[in-house]
Design a binder for this molecule. Structure first.
Ligand code: SAM
Length: 371
């Protein structure tokens, strides 16, 4: 087996300066990038901390007690997040997803949700508010999140076998507690709930069928995610990726499936319905089938950097503008200018390279810009 090299470089230090362009870019809701992609979806990372240590995301060897997490003064405040989010919405964002790190670790997250719930799209509708969580604190918080105005949750769960799950989260956290969180979210009305399972060949692939069996017919939509080469610390290797096509091949003989149309433009998951009417499952093939062409997502890091791609090496520092007295119009103009210049399509380009060719690149961690 090839030796894994885990670089210990902190890529957060390199930021691009966001600037207010000389020619204003007014927020009309019609923003397009250089490849004619609109801006529809904003993911906001509210913390770079997590209580899990999944080896594919925040491996213990790197994210230990000496890891330089961002100090509180560096994080955007809730007011700053909401002010920035308002400019993104004016440019056409319809959906905001809170993520991290583990977003439920951010103190008083309900207050932020209340503020974001006031935002209206260019058509005057409430912005769709979702949150991705490891589920560990969900049983306790689901009702308060719903009351604050959250619409939906996505819960990450990599298997039902307790030993496998405890070893993947690497903090010995039990499956039962995450399932309790999912039940609480369903009871609170935070549905339709999605469950994301990262599939690693040789680690949890035998959980593909049991997970489908468990969630079929419950209204919960299970989605299998290909293990991605995000960040620089997880020692990613192509031979640990189980292509989504194989996930579907394994499910189909047991639970016959039929392909469904995407439910929204730019949707990351390919949808499949159970032929017997027990609901649907999805596969997210970020490695084997790049979907850059329809990517309408922007990502805001915990300390206010705008990333145009999950695989970006650098973000644009919006916090400097926020804390430097820029007006709302100037903030919107800066965001518009950055989106106008966007031409990222990392996944597509990678698919033209030999396997593992991108592993030496300096990419930011998923825990920092959010999944
Ligand atoms: N803590 C929250 C959670 O666990 O859902 C939100 C942040 S987490 C970074 C978001 C999602 O990214 C999770 O579903 C996680 O499994 C997924 N993820 C992290 N690293 C990944 C990788 N290398 N490949 C594929 N998915 C990954």
């Amino acid at each position: 087996m090839a030796e894994r090299v885990i670089p210990l470089i902190d890529q957060r230090t390199a930021a691009l300066q966001a600037r207010v362009p000389a020619a204003p870019v007014p927020a009309t809701g019609q923003l397009r990038d250089r490849l004619d992609r609109p801006l529809r979806d904003l993911r906001i990372s509210v913390t770079d901390r997590c209580n899990f240590r999944c080896s594919y995301c925040m491996p213990k060897e790197v994210f230990n007690k000496d890891y330089p997490y961002l100090p509180h003064s560096e994080l955007l405040t809730f007011e700053e997040i909401t002010r920035l989010a308002r400019q993104f919405v004016a440019h056409g964002v319809h959906k905001i997803r809170l993520t991290g790190g583990e977003p439920l670790l951010r103190k008083n997250i309900e207050v932020l949700i209340e503020q974001l719930a006031q935002l209206r799209t260019v058509e005057g509708q409430p912005v769709e508010l979702a949150l991705t969580t490891n589920g560990s604190l969900l049983a306790r918080k689901a009702a308060a999140l719903k009351q604050a105005g959250l619409h939906r949750v996505t819960v990450s769960l990599d298997g039902l076998d307790d030993a496998v799950f405890r070893s993947m989260n690497d903090v010995d956290f039990p499956v039962a507690e995450v399932l309790r969180g999912i039940d609480a979210a369903q009871a609170a009305g935070l549905g339709p709930i999605k469950v994301n399972m990262v599939v690693k060949r040789g680690t949890n692939e035998h959980e593909i069928v049991p997970m489908a069996r468990h969630f079929r017919g419950t209204g919960v939509v299970l989605r299998y995610i290909e293990y991605m080469d995000v960040g620089a610390t997880n020692g990613w290797r192509m031979d640990e990726v189980l292509p989504s096509a194989q996930v579907v091949q394994r499910l189909h003989p047991i639970f016959p499936l039929r392909a469904l149309e995407p439910s929204a433009p730019g949707e990351t998951a390919e949808r499949w319905a159970y032929e017997d009417g027990a609901g649907e499952v999805g596969v997210i093939s970020s490695v084997t089938q790049a979907f850059c062409g329809s990517c309408n997502r922007a990502r805001l890091s915990t300390e206010g950097r705008l990333y145009l791609c999950l695989f970006a090496e650098q973000g644009h520092d919006l916090r400097a503008l926020l804390r430097g007295d820029a007006s709302d119009e100037e903030l919107a103009s800066a965001i518009g200018h950055i989106w106008h210049g966007r031409a990222d399509r990392y996944s597509q380009l990678r698919s033209q390279l030999p396997p593992d060719a991108g592993t030496g690149r300096k990419r930011v961690e998923m825990s920092y810009i959010g999944g």
